[in-house]
Write a protein that binds this ligand. Structure first.
Ligand code: 2AM
Ligand code: CA
Ligand code: CA
Ligand code: CA
Length: 280
């Protein structure tokens, strides 16, 4: 079994404390951003707060676990996702922290209060701790592999809707306008008439936390990276939900196109997505 405690330091305690400090910092910078830079397009933003917060998180993790590897969005070359090869190498590491200092940067820049800090710890490619922290609502979502998930002292459970017609689902509009956006549009057209409604809040990690907490019945998005989904995937699984790729293949950290649901609507959602793509 995996040791959750090394010396006196619990992995989960370090993840939670780090996310808390990072989230407080991000919140304190809301409305005080100095520089917004474009990465790949006018929809792909980064601020000095993203970079500073990633440095803060890296330093705190290194203080406690100097031998652990760290993969973070802003530590990778500008505008790039970690190459498949680099990711495959990194997930061999015994312990790999996977961090997104601000998930929902566009929201952060515009003052739309839906963004979070995402911190996960993977043991040889399997996520064992996942923490998503929303500093605006002061909600710390925490999951430990095999031990469940909780927020503010309450165990989280996915929602109970069994029919698509009763489901509230979310998606994210892809920044990549070539392949992923047309596909996503076809899927939205297909699903919007089948489900109760669709939301797009702009933070994949927070959407996953909301599936875990039963506030959304499901979520899917194309073109995501490991740091968007590492923590949130464990939250959903430990809350009784299901996470796969959009074709239904098992979840790994290398999956780009993700669907997470309460389990009951998983097959039905995948078949609607498949139908949308066949028609498109
Ligand atoms: P970010 O805010 O950390 O960049 C919104 O649909 C989701 O997509 C967010 O989780 C956002 O993460 C992510 N995202 C933003 N730009 C992206 C890009 N260029 N490629 C992939 N995902 C991106
Ligand atoms: Ca980004
Ligand atoms: Ca992200
Ligand atoms: Ca980010």
């Amino acid at each position: 079994s995996i040791p959750y405690i090394v010396g006196s330091k619990s992995f989960t305690a370090v993840a939670v404390n780090t996310a808390s400090k990072a989230g407080e910092w991000v919140k304190s910078r809301l409305g005080a951003i100095q520089n917004v830079n474009l990465k790949t397009s006018t929809s792909d933003l980064v601020t000095e707060v993203d970079k500073g917060t990633e440095t803060l998180i890296r330093n705190l993790i290194k203080t406690h676990f100097p031998t652990h590897a760290i993969l973070g969005e802003e530590g990778v070359g500008a505008g790039s996702t970690a190459s498949a090869k680099a990711l495959q190498e990194m997930i061999q590491e015994e312990y790999l922290w996977i961090i997104d200092p601000i998930d929902g940067t566009t929201n952060f820049v515009h003052g739309f209060p839906f963004f979070c800090v995402s911190i996960a710890l993977a043991h040889r490619g399997e996520v064992i701790v996942g923490v998503v922290y929303d500093p605006m609502l002061d909600e710390m979502f925490v999951a430990e592999k095999g031990k469940g998930a909780y927020v503010k002292g309450h165990t989280t459970h996915v929602s109970g809707e069994k029919e698509l017609s009763h489901a509230l689902v979310a998606t994210g509009f892809p920044v990549d306008h070539t392949v992923n956006l047309p596909r996503n549009m076809a899927e939205i057209s297909q699903l919007v008439a089948k489900v109760r409604n669709i939301r797009s809040g702009g933070s994949a990690a927070l959407h996953l936390a909301y599936v875990a907490a039963g506030r959304l019945s499901g979520f899917w998005e194309h073109g995501l990276s490991a740091w968007d989904i590492a923590a949130g995937s464990l939250l959903v699984q430990e809350s009784g939900g299901v996470v796969t790729d959009t074709e239904g293949k098992p979840f790994t950290l290398a999956v780009r196109n993700v669907i997470a649901t309460n389990g009951h609507i998983h097959k039905a959602m995948i078949s609607e997505l498949t139908e949308a793509n066949a028609a498109g």
